[in-house]
Write a protein that binds this ligand. Structure first.
Ligand SMILES: Cc1ncc(COP(=O)(O)O)c(C=O)c1O
Length: 366
């Protein structure tokens, strides 16, 4: 494995210093929760090695979210990032081929790159609403393709594929004899109808998700992968055991408490996040230099800045942060030009969000 640090992680706000940022519009989750926010009092847990697949009742809560899934289909991992790492290192070698959508959350691209497999990128375009083109994916498949990797709702654009496109991708993977990996980390943040977990629809589909984004508890590092292919699950479990044997019993207990109140939590959260999205939409409607594809899920969008070609974008981001205390995710976090940036509307308060958006307008004209 040829590891290289990911720019998005190197320049992450927690690495830069939260105390140096006034308006933090760079996050991809809702606001971070405290134990008291979720009403949690930790029981007197036995700090043993937990069940290697993850606590059974936690896996039951995860499996119960979709039809036709059982707790054995679920493997609890160290965040969705841990799940993506296990999948890539289990399925890919230097001789294999991967089809992956770009831009994307960096791990979906960087771990396959570190493995050294051949990669075909399916680039999303602003002009086509950042929509995934299933025909282009089909055309990119090769005999040695091991999996197709998509993210829905998508990071950084917040777009979602239709149920029909999900079904077409599954059919494609089944026909080709490869897997479809769907990174569903933002699935609980769907503003319309939530898509089913892809893994519940086919043995050829693998789902990945976590509690980091919709529930704002990335600090417990609880995610999971789902597959109904028992043999494949055994390989994934072998990888997990080699990385760390099992997960943390404390993290798993907190995750269980969170999922026990999932429906009530999301019932309160989703209207608030939809209102935040409207704050960004209203700002864009009145800001001639910025446009976006309105997200259908998640708490991020990927606006485009419309400035003259010699506009100093590096200077803009420096001014925005150092003079106006506002942090966004510049395009280079996603291997995209710097006239795109990711805006996170779920983490800051509504007032902070408005403050940060106003600062962008000011910094574009400073
Ligand atoms: C699409 C996507 N997948 C996976 C992750 C990893 O999240 P975690 O490991 O905290 O669950 C992220 C984090 O930004 C993400 O955006």
């Amino acid at each position: 494995m040829n590891y290289a640090r990911m720019v998005i992680e190197k320049e992450a706000p927690e690495e830069y210093g939260y105390d140096r940022i006034r308006y933090n519009l760079s996050e991809s989750s809702i606001a971070d929760q405290k134990l008291s926010d979720i009403g949690l009092k930790l029981p007197d847990l036995t700090l043993f090695y937990g069940e290697h697949r993850g606590d059974r009742s936690l896996r039951e809560l995860i499996a119960a979210q979709d039809k036709d899934l059982s707790s054995d289909d679920v493997l609890v991992t160290a965040g969705a990032a841990g799940a993506l790492f296990i999948i890539a290192t289990s399925l890919l070698s230097e001789r294999d081929h991967l089809v992956v959508v770009r831009p994307n959350y960096a791990t979906n691209i960087e771990t396959p790159k570190a493995i050294g497999c051949t990669i075909s990128y399916i680039d999303l375009a602003f002009e086509s609403g950042f929509a995934v083109d299933v025909e282009r994916i089909a055309a990119a498949l090769r005999p040695e393709t091991r999996y197709i990797s998509v993210t829905c709702p998508h990071n950084p654009t917040g777009t979602m594929m239709s149920r029909a496109d999900l079904d077409r991708l599954i059919a494609l993977a089944e026909r080709h004899g490869c897997y479809l990996l769907v990174d569903e980390t933002y699935r609980d943040l769907s503003y319309g109808t939530r898509l089913p977990a892809a893994a519940s629809l086919s043995k050829r589909a693998i789902s990945v998700s976590s509690l980091s984004k919709a529930f704002g508890i990335p600090g417990i590092r609880i995610g999971w992968l789902i597959t109904r292919d028992a043999e494949l699950q055994e390989r994934f479990l072998a990888a997990k055991e080699q990385i760390g044997i099992c997960g943390s019993v404390i993290d798993e207990a907190i995750a269980r408490t969170m999922l026990e109140q999932r429906d009530a939590f999301l019932g309160r959260l989703l209207p608030e996040m939809a209102a935040r999205r409207t704050i960004v939409q209203d700002w864009i409607d009145g800001e001639p230099l910025v446009d976006w594809v309105k997200p259908s899920g998640g708490v991020v969008g990927f606006p485009r800045i419309d400035v003259v070609p010699d506009f100093d974008l590096d200077g803009f981001y420096v001014r925005l942060l150092e003079k106006h205390g506002t942090y966004v995710g510049p395009g280079h976090w996603f291997e995209m030009p710097k006239n795109f940036f990711r805006v996170g509307f779920g983490w800051p308060t509504a007032d902070e969000l408005r403050g940060g958006l106003a600062a962008i307008s000011t910094a574009l004209r400073d």
